[in-house]
Design a protein around this ligand. Structure first.
Ligand code: SF4
Length: 501
């Protein structure tokens, strides 16, 4: 039993057999795989544990909270970071606080909303289902510890008014670093804590260095973005690049904890070290970062989480130099050739929508030429063996037929590109400017069907011929979507488009 127990839903406590991209599928409906045992053993089986039953790897956000508490008077023996299936073992009469981190508590974000409606299976997404199961654990009702919930998906609890239903004392929305210690101290003393707090980072020094390993060796290199897209939460945060020595300390913690993979958490890895408001890459800082991380003994692979496209046009030489460094340690293969991937947002081919909602996305270039910039940057990335995972969105507020046609034209332009599409419906997230609009999924148009179908058809053509271990996983996912389209309760029109009729 521990004084403070930190945990997260089972979908966030799996390493997905060392493939971070499979985590994306936990936004699919839980009913897709009816047997819980199958999900828990195969889809998101628990990651490795320590001999005392605590987890070896935890989400980076949870590790940051743990580190912050350890920096501020709590000891290792006060805190246990555990898998939710083990809560009964760690929560007892001495437990004062249970801290829960969640990415998608209610299944309200982009992927869940889009694919739950397509698959039409009803019920919760896998991650929302696991959050519900965690919060319904008997030990929480029996011993009544204070419950504090934070993480990227905590706003959804407030949006749906579920705080009281789940017996949550405090929901932290936004950055917790500068406020979390005070809340935990009060909770441990049994004092009243605020029901909802919106956190914002006061000082970069408030961000602690993790003490134990993160899932997939996740290491935070930057925070915030600064491009100002109106549907995006990270852009509301102050843009910071963490000092290299702090990053390397985290990398070493991760390696020591058993992770050979280092996932660089950032909204734009190529803008590491660029000053606030500057969108030209700082090539010296970026190269030094990748080389220093790669040089840490025990680092087997480096996986940047997010990039933006424009830096590829601004400095193609940098892309080639970074590729040279990390391709030596690539963990992905496409038709026998190593490649690197990272998530990036193209979102739309409509310059009108870009100007309205995302005019900073092309900086340092004008968004007037967005489709051309996208094609050129993807060309540069592909030439250097970067095959990005691209989000595309339909259903923006005020989106019209011409906007959709512009997007279809861009998809056509990119038909030979080595990319993987994640086509999505627009969803209003809490911590962003466009946080109230809602896309009416019952009024999906012919051109929107075509948009989804073309994206998935590209994924199938591009990825399934490869029999390599990881690329074939992507291919299998594409086939899954295809067959849901073909045999599920979705539009006949979409089936025709996917099958090329
Ligand atoms: S570029 Fe990406 S991370 Fe930055 S504001 Fe736009 S959507 Fe957000």
């Amino acid at each position: 039993m521990s004084k403070i127990v930190l945990t997260a839903p089972a979908t966030e406590m799996s390493d997905f057999k060392q493939n971070p991209f499979i985590a994306f599928t936990t936004s699919f409906p839980s009913r897709m795989i009816p047997l819980s045992s199958l999900k828990h053993k195969i889809w998101y089986s628990p990651a490795e544990k320590n001999p005392d039953g605590t987890v070896k790897f935890a989400p980076n956000g949870l590790r940051k909270i743990e580190a912050k508490l350890l920096e501020n008077g709590f000891s290792e023996s006060d805190i246990a970071v555990v898998h939710p299936f083990d809560l009964d073992r760690f929560v007892g009469p001495e437990t004062k606080v249970v801290g829960v981190s969640c990415m998608e508590s209610m299944g309200l974000a982009y992927v869940s909303t889009t694919y739950s409606s397509f698959m039409n299976l009803g019920g919760r997404s896998m991650n929302a289902d696991e959050f519900h199961k965690l919060m319904s654990k008997r030990c929480l009702r029996k011993y009544k510890p204070k419950i504090i919930v934070g993480g990227a998906g905590s706003w959804q609890i407030e949006r749906l008014g579920k705080r009281e239903k789940y017996g949550i004392d405090t929901v932290i929305i936004g950055e917790a670093d500068s406020i979390v210690v005070d809340i935990f101290r009060k909770a441990v003393k049994g004092e009243k804590t605020p029901s909802v707090v919106h956190g914002r980072l006061n000082d970069i020094d408030d961000v602690p260095t993790i003490r134990h390993a993160s899932m997939h060796g996740c290491t935070e290199i930057t925070r915030g973005c600064g491009r100002g897209c109106q549907f995006c939460a990270p852009t509301m945060r102050r843009k910071i690049s963490f000092p290299l020595d702090k990053i390397i300390r985290e990398v070493k913690v991760n390696v020591r904890g058993g992770s050979g993979m280092i996932m660089l958490a950032s909204d734009d890895a190529f803008l590491y070290g660029a000053k606030q408001g500057v969108f030209e890459p700082n090539s010296t800082a970026v190269l030094k970062l990748f080389r220093s991380v790669s040089a840490v003994e025990g680092v087997e692979s480096i996986q940047p989480a997010h990039i933006s496209l424009a830096p590829a046009k601004a400095n193609p030489k940098l892309i080639s130099e970074v590729s040279e460094e990390i391709l030596q340690k690539a963990w992905l293969n496409y038709r026998g050739k190593p490649y690197v991937t990272a998530e990036t947002g193209v979102e739309t081919g409509s310059v009108r929508l870009m100007k309205k909602y995302m005019k900073g996305k092309a900086l340092p270039y004008s968004v007037d030429n967005w489709p051309e910039i996208v094609s050129e940057c993807i060309g540069i990335l592909n030439d250097n063996n970067w095959y990005p995972l691209i989000t595309m969105i339909t259903g923006f507020p005020g989106e019209n037929e011409k906007d959709r046609m512009d997007t279809l034209e861009l998809l056509d332009e990119l038909r030979h590109a080595k990319i993987y599409y994640a086509p999505l419906f627009f969803v209003p997230l809490e911590e962003c400017v466009l946080n109230r609009f809602s896309c009416d999924l019952s009024k999906i148009t012919e051109s929107q069907w075509e948009f989804f179908a073309r994206c998935w058809r590209h994924n199938i053509r591009m990825w399934t011929p490869s029999l390599r271990k990881y690329a074939s996983t992507i291919g299998q996912l594409s086939y899954y979507m295809y067959y849901k389209w073909k045999y599920g309760s979705v539009s006949k029109r979409a089936i025709d488009i996917v099958s090329g009729k």
